[in-house]
Design a protein around this ligand. Structure first.
Ligand SMILES: Cc1cc2nc3c(=O)[nH]c(=O)nc-3n(C[C@H](O)[C@H](O)[C@H](O)COP(=O)(O)OP(=O)(O)OC[C@H]3O[C@@H](n4cnc5c(N)ncnc54)[C@H](O)[C@@H]3O)c2cc1C
Length: 384
């Protein structure tokens, strides 16, 4: 055996696709009974609920090179956001894409915010995102908008990731429109599984990696031991740190509530941010306005997402979401499911673990760049 890949998330699947292309033999060892790791979609009463709301940005270079974006049938959100501030909606749109809404963004990006944006690009890369925003001095409205939005993107209310990582993510928001595949986020996984599914050994966890004279030895939970020339560790960040011995990264949690409604709460195709004094969540959106295939005909699907593991009363969540979306009420809203994802994303600090250099063991996964871009790019690099 040439290569053992640990983990059938998207990073492991991309590594497998690359090895297949090269004609190198490999096996993927996957702990669970399915591929895709943190990308999954559930079908509930005809609705598609991604397991934790997430988006694919088609500007990710690794998505462009590793995925067939056309066949995913991507449906893009409108660029910008609508914020709920002092009891009213303000739409901060990208003026190049939505000239009718340009007033909101131009209003807030003039003067202080234009200077702050320049300062944000100049602050030293080693400081945290929170410190960078403090130093940049955006206006109070823009400051809260950016913090609320990015906290959900990095799964950390404290914004303790490095500003370098945040700036890199923000670059993609400028370059592309975050989108949903017509058949749900899991369509990405289905695409990456083509031609490599038969090489996955499911329901088997790797417990230990040992050096062996001719390469590596991998000890599995079913008592078997596999040997190969090398191993690609593409597990989630906590499992990867356990298996490779690198420092355990901090991780952030996310909660998503999914509601079905029979009246359309709003025509809006924006993410709506809750900037009220006591926000119950970070954002909400009528997902079926963007991707109608996520809901059965005549029905609508609303997502509400918050950082952390949250156990709020879904009725309260629905009522606040309806309010900030500008809907009459949430009387006919039905909770479909709630997803609590404890280790949604690793928090990428400035002092993140250096990737160990070892020609028998390569680390993949989103441990260095907490995103689909990071996972896809790492899988490809590890295989080459
Ligand atoms: C709620 C949520 C929202 C997100 N939003 C976005 C977004 O909007 N945009 C974006 O770009 N990214 C987003 N992400 C991040 C993105 O989904 C991840 O970066 C990416 O899926 C990570 O893929 P991976 O292959 O590195 O890891 P994983 O998906 O974690 O895959 C690792 C695999 O390894 C397996 N495994 C673990 N331990 C072992 C072991 N010992 N032996 C064998 N197998 C093992 C696991 O079962 C899993 O299948 C979000 C993530 C979550 C959870």
């Amino acid at each position: 055996m040439n290569t053992i890949i640990i983990g059938a998330g998207i990073s492991g699947l991309v590594a497998a696709q690359e090895l297949k292309r090269q004609g190198t033999d490999f096996v993927i060892i996957e702990k669970s009974n399915r591929a895709g790791g943190r990308i999954a979609s559930e079908k509930i009463e005809g609705f598609t609920c991604d397991v934790g709301f997430q988006l694919l940005n088609p500007a990710y270079p690794a998505a462009r090179s590793q995925l067939n974006l056309k066949s995913l049938g991507l449906q893009a959100f409108d660029r910008g956001a609508t914020v709920w501030h002092q009891g009213k909606q303000i739409t901060l749109a990208d003026p190049t894409r939505a000239p009718h809404n340009a007033g909101g963004l131009l209003h807030t990006l003039k003067g202080q915010d234009a200077r702050a944006a320049l300062e944000f690009l100049r602050v030293p890369s080693e400081i945290t995102l929170a410190d960078a925003l403090d130093k940049s001095q955006f206006s109070p409205l823009m400051n809260r908008t950016i913090r609320t939005f990015l906290a959900a993107v990095v799964a950390d209310e404290k914004l303790s990731c490095s500003v370098k990582f945040a700036r890199d993510l923000m670059k993609y928001f400028v370059l592309g429109s975050p989108s949903l595949p017509a058949q749900g986020m899991e369509a990405i996984v289905k695409q990456l599984l083509e031609g490599v599914k038969e090489s996955i050994r499911f329901n088997t966890a790797v417990e230990k990696i040992n050096e062996a004279p001719a390469g590596v030895e991998v000890v599995c939970s079913d008592g078997s031991t596999l040997t190969a020339n090398r191993v690609i560790v593409a597990a989630d960040p906590l499992a990867s740190s356990y298996l490779t011995g690198i420092n355990k990264p901090a991780t952030g949690a996310l909660t998503t509530w999914w509601f079905a409604t029979s009246t359309r709460p709003t025509e809006s195709r924006y993410l709506h941010l809750d900037l009220s004094g006591q926000p119950l969540f970070n954002h909400t959106a009528v997902v079926s306005n963007i991707a109608p295939s996520y809901a059965p005909l005549g029905k609508h699907l609303v997502e509400v997402s918050a950082t952390g593991l949250r156990n709020d009363d879904p009725q309260q969540i629905a009522a606040r979401s309806a309010q900030i979306l500008g809907a009459d009420n949430a009387d006919d809203w039905k909770l479909l499911t709630t997803h609590h994802i404890e280790h949604a994303l690793p928090i990428i600090g400035a002092d993140s673990n250096p990737v160990p250099k070892n020609n028998k063991m390569t680390l993949a996964g989103d441990i260095r760049h907490a995103s689909i871009q990071g996972a896809l790019a790492s899988g490809r690099k590890a295989a080459n």
